[in-house]
Design a protein around this ligand. Structure first.
Ligand SMILES: Cc1cc2nc3c(=O)[nH]c(=O)nc-3n(C[C@H](O)[C@H](O)[C@H](O)COP(=O)(O)OP(=O)(O)OC[C@H]3O[C@@H](n4cnc5c(N)ncnc54)[C@H](O)[C@@H]3O)c2cc1C
Length: 463
């Protein structure tokens, strides 16, 4: 069978795309959702069972649908949750909400497209023609589809200075993928934990450790030692960023924003206003300018843009103040087992001083946005066959403005789309629900247009 659409992945992007496709495709169409994730429909972000893991976007902005802004708030109200639009619901609840959106899309129409759930991973691409792509699945089957959307999320970046031939006693204490929370049950209350990376994932892990009864020392190391800011308790009204005409250097844009804040605007309001302009601004930068942004401004961008819920920040801040958590700025020089101890050695930022810390656990929280394609056998396989091109700055894969995957000759592949953080090279601001839901709506429209044409061609051929 050749499906009209294969949606590869099973997180927010996949669910949101299928919800849109079900609204647009005729009943004669067929959709396969390919994914073997035990947390089907919740992906990395919303699989957590811990209530203290909060959304980092206010509930009012987390509807799964671009054209139904209150959908998530309505869902919360129906379930009796006391959450207003400005507050931060639990991520666990959001995962339940996502699954409910799909269930109700499947129920809501008497006549709707057929949806098959294919419980496997796509591991290779056997053919990728404009009219049909064939994927090899982890269970040995093949899957054919006229249009395909890669909704794979991003993996975790690899750990610096750690090779797989390191001492086995050391490797056993390294948590490469912190999203698999199983490691927490093996941590003893007084163990010393070293965390690489100081962003939202790090804060998640610190809270998870506390919840699991850990009371020992936590060292956090990142290149700049910056940690995320908090959202304010009261919702801020966004203000338009006052950017001067024609100023495109990152340093100039930042200077404009700083001036605006110095003149009295709340920086959070300016950041909120900037969100609507970010994709356009990013697209107007050339490659060296983007590269400079990533090198010099990314750490500051992240802590101002990706803020944590205030109640989460309060817990984290208290741990900083009582010394349980120490944040270091520096560069990893060695991760090794020395004299029977696991040790993390780093050079402190701005000095040549080397510091060495003993640890019981080393946790990789180095973030996702620049994980490249190394985490995905499927993407690597497609890259080896020149079916796609890696983004030059390591931000996933190259797509055009319509989210169509570009192959090595820069020609968009008809019918092959990518959605979510994989497309950050083209859109940059494409990792959170408010942005991805616009992208899935647009991609669904393009797929529906294509599928309707294919289906009518098929019908014409059969008559
Ligand atoms: C901890 C955390 C908290 C976050 N909090 C928020 C928030 O509060 N608000 C917000 O807007 N955004 C938040 N985000 C951003 C979040 O990434 C997006 O909201 C959204 O969940 C991304 O979904 P996705 O489907 O693109 O990726 P993912 O959630 O990563 O899902 C990808 C899925 O694809 C599957 N997959 C991968 N490869 C294959 C393959 N070859 N075959 C089949 N399946 C495959 C994976 O197993 C996974 O299930 C958060 C992110 C994280 C990590």
């Amino acid at each position: 069978m050749v499906y009209d659409v294969a949606v590869v992945g099973s997180g927010f992007s996949a669910i949101s795309l299928v919800n849109n496709l079900l609204e647009l495709l005729p009943a004669s169409a067929s959709i396969a959702i390919v994914g073997d994730d035990s947390a089907f429909g919740r992906g990395t972000a919303y699989r957590t069972e811990l209530h203290l893991h909060r959304l980092n976007v206010p509930a009012a902005r987390m509807s799964a649908f671009a054209d139904r802004p209150t959908d998530f708030l309505d869902w919360l109200t129906k379930r009796g949750r006391t959450v207003d639009g400005g507050s931060f619901a639990s991520r666990h609840d959001y995962g339940l909400y996502l699954r409910d959106t799909l269930a109700s899309s499947l129920r809501s129409k008497q006549q709707r497209a057929r949806v098959d759930f294919v419980k496997a991973k796509a591991v290779s691409c056997l053919a990728c023609e404009n009219e049909c792509a064939v994927f090899g699945l982890s269970d040995g089957r093949e899957l054919k589809a006229a249009s395909v959307a890669l909704c794979l999320g991003v993996g975790t970046a690899s750990l610096p200075r750690l090779t797989s031939d390191a001492d086995i006693a050391l490797l056993r204490r390294v948590v490469r993928n912190p999203w698999r929370l199983g490691w927490l049950s093996r941590v003893k209350p007084d163990d010393t934990v070293a965390i690489l990376g100081s962003g939202l994932t790090m804060i998640d892990q610190v809270l998870s450790l506390r919840n699991a009864g850990h009371r020992g020392k936590i060292h956090v190391l990142s290149r700049r030692g910056l940690t995320p800011h908090a959202h304010s308790h009261v919702p801020v009204q966004s203000v338009e960023p006052a950017l001067s005409e024609g100023r495109l250097e990152i340093s100039e844009i930042l200077a404009d924003l700083r001036t605006q804040v110095r003149r009295g605007q709340d920086w959070r309001a300016v950041m909120e206003g900037l969100r609507h302009n970010t994709q356009g601004l990013w697209q107007s930068l050339n490659q060296p300018q983007r590269s400079r942004f990533l090198r010099h401004a990314l750490a500051w961008w992240n802590i101002h843009r990706h803020r944590v819920a205030p109640q989460v920040y309060e817990v984290f801040d208290a741990l900083l103040k009582d010394g349980t958590v120490s944040v270091h700025a520096g560069f990893v020089s060695k991760i090794a087992r020395i004299d029977g101890e696991n040790r993390l050695t780093f050079r402190q930022r701005g000095t040549s001083v080397e510091t060495s810390l003993a640890f019981d656990w080393l946790v990789n929280c180095t973030g996702m946005e620049r994980a490249g394609i190394g985490h995905s056998p499927l993407l690597q396989n497609m890259h080896e066959q020149n079916m796609l091109e890696i983004d030059a700055l390591g931000l996933g894969i190259q797509v055009d403005e319509e989210s169509r995957v570009l192959c090595c000759d820069k020609i968009p592949r008809q019918g092959l789309f990518a959605v979510g953080a994989l497309t950050a090279g083209q859109f940059w601001e494409i990792t959170a629900v408010p942005d991805i839901r616009n992208q899935t709506r647009d991609v669904a429209k393009r797929i529906a247009k294509r599928s309707t044409r294919n289906i009518s061609d098929l019908n014409d051929n059969q008559t």
